[in-house]
Design a protein around this ligand. Structure first.
Ligand SMILES: [Zn+2]
Length: 404
């Protein structure tokens, strides 16, 4: 059965790999049918992939009268990539194999207020630890993908003036991490990486246009349009947190006014909890990082704490307002909620977002828009970053295969 009809890649080699992954074991004949490439092209591509060890032959399909078909499948562990979700409150690191499966993970303290060189050293050490713990061969590691909040200078590999990661502003993280690990490093927006990650997690099957809302310290938006990540001209598309919801509202550090983030970001909700009277029973919420605070808030709400319910409900309503705008702008038919900020509060966010989408999007009479939780809210961005690193490696055809 074909799991995914809308591969996130365009070049023939990557498409063939995607289709093998989705349909394995499969045959050259089926690949011709699925890709519309010529039999000769498929034969060449599969021969190269076999030579590189990325796929292997696994016997023959039962004959239906003609010549038996040789089956091929991915050599899942022939290549692994490391994905890092670099956040102010926490850092998630995963290793993903060629099939897009997570084979190892680690959660570390956040990068807020740390000296950039300290961040590089602790990321490099964490990568080495993960490689060592999993017993991975270094030569099979495609590289490292780092998912970070925007605004991002993707070609330069660094952040620009992110309010909650100020310490990294203007720091060439990709170059420095590359030097520290001797592995190729690419960076991308965390919400875009999460959107790519959802494809690999299987959340977005059969959807070629969808958005992710990434809730961490800030609020990000990732977009997949026509099966491809949409990044805009500088990889900063979908900055949902900086949609103005009140143009006369308070100034945002980004320079805009009344941004959604000022009303709905987890630190704002935690601050409301901190300011609530002692009788509200929210004292625990304000302690610790975003994930712990939101988790605590969600647990209290589930136990019936009215003050907690109200704070989450209002945050979820504000976020839903931004989600309606995102859907109106990009006409996606699915929205996936991802990121550590949804910890234990999922039900509230899903309910408010679905209610708003059903009653307020411009095209609601034309098509429904469903909102779902990520299959792995914690890992989506890191997994997406890892698969982008895999893709980057695969797109750079190895020297041994060039000219065949
Ligand atoms: Zn703003």
């Amino acid at each position: 059965m074909i799991k995914v009809k809308a591969p996130l890649r365009q070049d023939s080699r990557s498409r063939v790999l995607d289709i093998i992954r989705a349909t394995e074991p499969t045959s050259r004949i089926e690949l011709v049918r699925e890709t519309s490439l010529t039999p000769a092209s498929i034969t060449h591509l599969v021969r190269d992939l076999l030579a590189e060890g990325l796929v292997r032959e696994v016997g023959q399909a039962e004959s239906t009268g003609g010549k038996p078909r040789t089956l091929v499948r991915l050599n899942h562990d022939s290549m692994t990539a490391i994905g890092i979700q670099l956040g102010a409150a926490s850092v998630g690191i995963v290793a993903a194999n060629l099939a897009g499966n997570i084979v190892g993970r680690q959660i570390l303290r956040g990068a807020k207020d740390l000296d950039p060189q300290v961040i590089v050293a602790f990321l490099a050490q964490a990568v080495e630890d993960l490689i060592g713990n999993l017993g991975l061969t270094r030569a099979t590691i495609a590289g490292i993908g780092v998912a970070m909040p925007g605004p991002l200078d993707k070609p330069g590999g660094y952040l620009r003036n992110v309010a909650y990661l100020k310490n990294l502003s203007g720091f060439a993280l990709a170059n420095e991490l590359e030097a520290a690990t001797s592995l190729p490093v690419i960076v991308d927006n965390d919400a875009t990486a999460a959107a790519v990650g959802e494809y690999w997690l299987g959340t977005t099957e059969a959807h070629s246009a969808y958005a992710t809302v990434y809730l961490a310290t800030g609020i990000g938006g990732g977009l997949v349009v026509n099966g491809m990540p949409y990044r805009g001209s500088s990889s900063n598309a979908g900055e949902l947190g900086h949609i103005s919801v009140d143009f006369r509202g308070p100034e945002c550090p980004c320079g805009n006014r009344g941004c959604l983030e000022l009303f709905a970001a987890p630190p704002v909700l935690m601050e409301q909890a901190r300011l609530a009277p002692a009788s509200a029973g929210l004292a625990e919420v304000a302690r610790g990082n975003v994930e712990d605070g939101m988790s605590q808030l969600g647990i209290l709400a589930a136990r019936g704490n009215e003050a907690a319910k109200q704070i989450i409900r209002e945050g979820a309503e504000s976020l839903a307002c931004g989600i309606v705008t995102l859907v109106n702008l990009f006409d996606v038919d699915m929205v996936v909620l991802a990121g550590p900020g949804f910890s234990s509060c999922e039900a509230f966010y899903l309910e408010e977002a679905q209610k708003a989408l059903d009653s307020r999007t411009l095209a609601r009479g034309v098509h429904n828009v469903s909102v779902v939780m990520s299959a792995s809210p914690r890992d989506a961005a890191a997994l997406g970053a890892a698969t982008l690193a895999l893709q980057d490696k695969l797109d750079r055809k190895p020297a041994a295969a060039v000219g065949k």
